[in-house]
Write a protein that binds this ligand. Structure first.
Ligand SMILES: Cc1ncc(COP(=O)(O)O)c(C=O)c1O
Length: 297
């Protein structure tokens, strides 16, 4: 696309820190003739891509204020927050992915619902959706002679995947109920383990409870995140660290980033524990027992 990302920091919900985004727009950019110009690169900034991380809704109220003020487009990657919605404020009742200009969802295998692969785009802008649909089926201007006026893609979902999807979407609320029940089981037990904190979901939202993240305080718990990660995986309890931060990944080493601090902390101290909807109460007990067992007294 020729677009260049600029990476932002997260706040304690793991979502984009909107105060820092505002600071960046105010201090690092000029606003000229309705355009945000990056002082460093002199390039125009056109859009913000916000991810609702692990099912926790991002601060869309603040982001939409910035969008209006700076004339930006907002793309919500709501993959991890399918079914999460706001309970309070301007967007009470609105689902993640339905507030910005475009919402995108992946239906990859580990998502709350899956079609095996593929995804979905939502928008209130019908023209934009038509264009996306056109590009996703190879941008054929004439489907008899295969005339392409622009570069298209083969990004459509197959009808078999879509059939899975229509069945899965009916089960979404059931999956969320199970995820919430399991989250509360973990929460009750982990509250008593000194040195481990289960990250909360925003209480002014109804999250989908997709992923359960623990913060490991080495001083209090006795072993650090990496040791806990290794031990649990050795016992066939699948746990994962947070992703390696993108601005530190090889393809983006030369990309701009802005005051990334909190994300660095979470990258080394956070662990995701089993969260599949097919976990039984007994299996959750087993995970909790291990977490208690590894704690150094
Ligand atoms: C926020 C987010 N976006 C996108 C994806 C994946 O998208 P795709 O279906 O294109 O692989 C994932 C996870 O796989 C994700 O967590």
């Amino acid at each position: 696309m020729g677009a260049e990302p600029i990476f932002m920091d997260c706040d304690d919900t793991l979502n984009m820190d909107m105060d820092k985004l505002e600071e960046f727009l105010e201090n690092e950019c000029n606003f000229i003739d309705g355009k945000v110009i990056n002082k460093k690169t002199k390039r125009q900034i056109k859009a913000v891509v916000v991810v609702h991380v692990f099912g926790n809704p991002a601060n869309m109220e603040k982001l939409m204020e910035l969008k209006e003020k700076y004339n930006l487009k907002v793309i919500e990657d709501s993959t991890e927050a399918l079914g999460s919605y706001y309970l309070e404020g301007k967007y009470a009742g609105k689902y993640c992915g339905t507030i910005g200009d475009i919402g995108v969802y992946s239906f990859n295998a580990n998502k709350i619902i899956t079609t095996g692969g593929g995804g979905m785009v939502v928008s209130n802008n019908i023209k934009l959706l038509d264009k996306i649909a056109f590009l996703s089926v190879q941008a054929k201007k004439d489907s008899l002679y295969f005339i392409h006026d622009e570069i298209g893609y083969n990004y459509r979902m197959t009808n078999i995947q879509a059939a899975f999807g229509t069945d899965q979407i009916d089960r979404l609320e059931g999956f969320i109920k199970t995820k919430m029940r399991n989250y509360n089981l973990y929460k009750k037990a982990i509250e008593d383990i000194n040195g481990l904190t289960l990250l909360p979901f925003r209480t002014d939202t109804r999250p989908n409870y997709w992923f359960y993240s623990l913060i490991v305080d080495k001083e209090k718990y006795g072993i650090d995140r990496d040791e806990l990660l290794i031990r649990l995986n050795e016992e066939n309890i699948q746990t994962r660290p947070l992703w390696r931060l993108i601005h530190k990944q090889k393809p983006y080493l030369n990309s701009q980033s802005y005051r990334i601090e909190k994300a660095e902390y979470y990258e080394v101290n956070l662990i995701n524990i089993p969260c599949n909807t097919n976990l039984s109460e007994n299996e959750i007990e087993i995970v909790i027992d291990k977490l208690k067992k590894y704690k150094k007294s």
